[in-house]
Every structure is written in C-alpha cells, then in structure tokens.
Design a protein around this ligand. Sequence first.
Ligand code: NAD
Ligand code: MG
Length: 385
Amino acid sequence: MSIKRIAIFGSTGSIGTQALEVIQANPQLFSAEILTAQNNADLLIKQALQFNPNMVIIGDEKKYLTVKDALSKTGVKVFAGEAALSEAASVDCYDMMLAGIVGYAGLRPTLNAIELGKPIALANKETLVVAGDIVMKTAAANKVPILPVDSEHSAIFQCLVGETKNKIDQIILTASGGPFLGKKPNFLVNVKREHALQHPNWSMGAKISVDSATLMNKGLEMIEAKWLFNLSPKQISVVIHPQSIIHSMVQFEDGSLKAQMGLPDMKLPIQYALAFPKRIPNDFPRYNFKKPNVLNFEEPDLKTFRNLQLSIDALYKGGNMPCILNAANEIAVFAFLRNRIGFLDITELVERTMNSVKFIEKPTLQEYFDTDANAREYAASLIQM
Ligand code: NAD
Ligand code: MG
C-alpha cells in the first residue's frame, strides 16, 4: 500500500499536533506533506525538522525569515501569509487534507482542497457552519469525501457504516456540558478566561474550549451535522452526557439506537478519518467495564446556556444566519479570551449581531464572505475594542 500524504492545515494546534502523533505512530501508512501554522514559528520549525514535509506555511508574515532561516539546510519550501496558506491547498502534492485550522480562516483552504479533488478529514467545523451548502455541493461535484474528525460526527459516521439504505429517524449529539454544567447565570456572570478553559474531559484549543463552556460548540455541531449527514433540523437533538463515553448516537426508523463509545481521545476520530475505511490498531487506553461506571444523561439547560438556543434558531432559519452567528461568536470569544467582555456578554453580542446583519436566504460564496465581514464589524462595534 502506498503512503498517504497528509496536508495538515493548523499543524501546531491541538488537532494538528495529535494528527502528527498519529502519523508518527504509523509511518508505513502516512506522511506529513504540508504543515501550516498562524503564529507558532518555533513549533512549526520543530515539526518540519521532524517530519520533513514538502512545504510549510506560516500565516504571520513577520515570522517568515525565522522559519526560512531555520529550515535553510533542509529541502522544505517555506511560504508566508494568508494568500500563501490557501494557495498551498491548491498545490497537487498531497492525498488528503486534515482541516485543523480554527474558525472561519479554515474555509478558503478547505474549499481549495475540495476543488482540487482531495478528500478532507474535517476538524474545522466552522467551515460547514459558515457555508455548508456550498462546501457540500462543491464536494459532491468533485466526488470528494468529507470525513468528520469532530468526535460526535465521527461517531455518527461510524454508526452509519452499512446503513446507506436505511432512513435516519434522528441523531443525538452528546455534550459533556462543559466546565459549567449545572451552573446558573448568577455564577456565570463572574466566570473568567481561566475557568472557561478548564474542560473536564478534553484538552483543546482556546476557542473551542470557550465554545464548549458556553455550549456554542454543540450548537455549531448541530449545524455541522445537518450538512454532513443531509438532515433536517428536527432530526438533530442534543443530550448532556457528562462522562463523554458515548460520543453520539443514531436512531433509525425502527427505534433502534446505535452508539459509538470509547474513552475521550481525539486521536481516535483523527486516525479513523485518516485511515478510512480501515481501522488501524493502537495502544490507546481502553474503556474498562470492570470498574464501577455510571453514564448519565440529561436535557441541556437552554435558558442558561442561551448560545445553544441561538444556534438552534440559526439552524432552523438557515441562509446566512449560521454564518452571522459564527462570525459574531468568533469576535466575542476573542474578546472574552482577552478579558474585554464577560462570559454572558458573549451571548448578548451574538444575539444582537444576529438581529442586525442583513439576512440572505440563499447566499453566494461572495455573500457569505461579505456576511462574515459585516457580522464581525458589527459585533466588534458593540465592544469598546
Ligand atoms: P487550536 O487553537 O489548538 O489550533 C488552531 C490551529 O489553526 C493552529 O495551528 C493555528 O496556528 C491555526 N490558525 C489559527 N488561526 C489561524 C488563521 N487565522 N489562519 C490560519 N491558521 C490559523 O485549535 P484546535 O483545538 O486544534 O481546533 C481546530 C479545529 O478543530 C476547530 O475548528 C475546532 O472546533 C475543531 N475541533 C477541535 C477539537 C479538539 O479536541 N481540539 C475537537 C473537535 C473539533
Ligand atoms: Mg465535538
């Protein structure tokens, strides 16, 4: 079998570094062909020296010379800047893209890879939240599979193997509930950055950690699921499951439920997407049924965690509303991480932006770009930045 050459977009992040661990553990199956980072030049250099990719791209142009000098004795090509980052996705030197950039910034490179006909292992859920219809249509036109890396969507994808002829009644996304499960607004009003970053079950990048604390992450995942599995909004529900052992479930027309389970470890969905349709062995810790175990389930508190309700509203509304929701949320989370706004202000900012930016029922790609820019500008204007 030939080695699958992986382009890791966002190689210095939580997903990117774990993908490199999977590649390192399976050198007979995978190589790293493209590595990209926004700011972390030191880690990008270290990764390039270790994995010897075809090229690396550093988003921040000020870091170009640092990376270039450090790799001058290697054959690794070095590029810098936002344009180079998406152009790299159009270079036909790899077999699969791992889309591990965080946020809207991942959309353009991912679309370029799809247009080049490359399968996508998709971690970057915002790509589907922003322009899911266009991304999925372009993927279908180019016969490109979009393989989910997000653990819930990987779970659903795994439950659907062998079920192509069977209708889905509903999918049930599990949510840990994040670090503030059971808390009420009088507690949340005082929550700070360092509290929000302490996720009970997963260690992740800062943005998705805050999204998990506000439950926005689950809302983004509902929208992501709609596009990945071609579902109507009412087929998508969420249940809180604090232990994160069941990663999600599918219920079929006969009422039968299939669940995918395991210890929470992102390397599992990453390696499943990279190696699909094969499963590859590993030595990750296993779930132990011999220990006393309790699995709990409860309804999400939509009145306290209003970001989830706003996402459901955007999911049902469709058009550019999820794009507006996402852009406002990116600005709000950025501001929260810099202690510029409080935890509950995130929701207010998102809601006000959703009520203000022009709604478009069937946006073109350019209209999605414009919506993103307008929503960011509006959300930023609400903060004294
Ligand atoms: P992270 O912040 O740890 O890493 C983000 C990566 O993207 C870094 O390599 C960074 O250099 C790059 N990046 C950031 N801003 C960029 C920009 N403007 N342009 C180009 N590159 C940029 O994030 P993460 O936790 O690895 O998450 C990545 C994506 O995967 C997100 O969309 C997230 O929702 C999704 N995801 C993550 C996890 C997880 O466990 N971390 C789980 C499921 C889904
Ligand atoms: Mg997830």
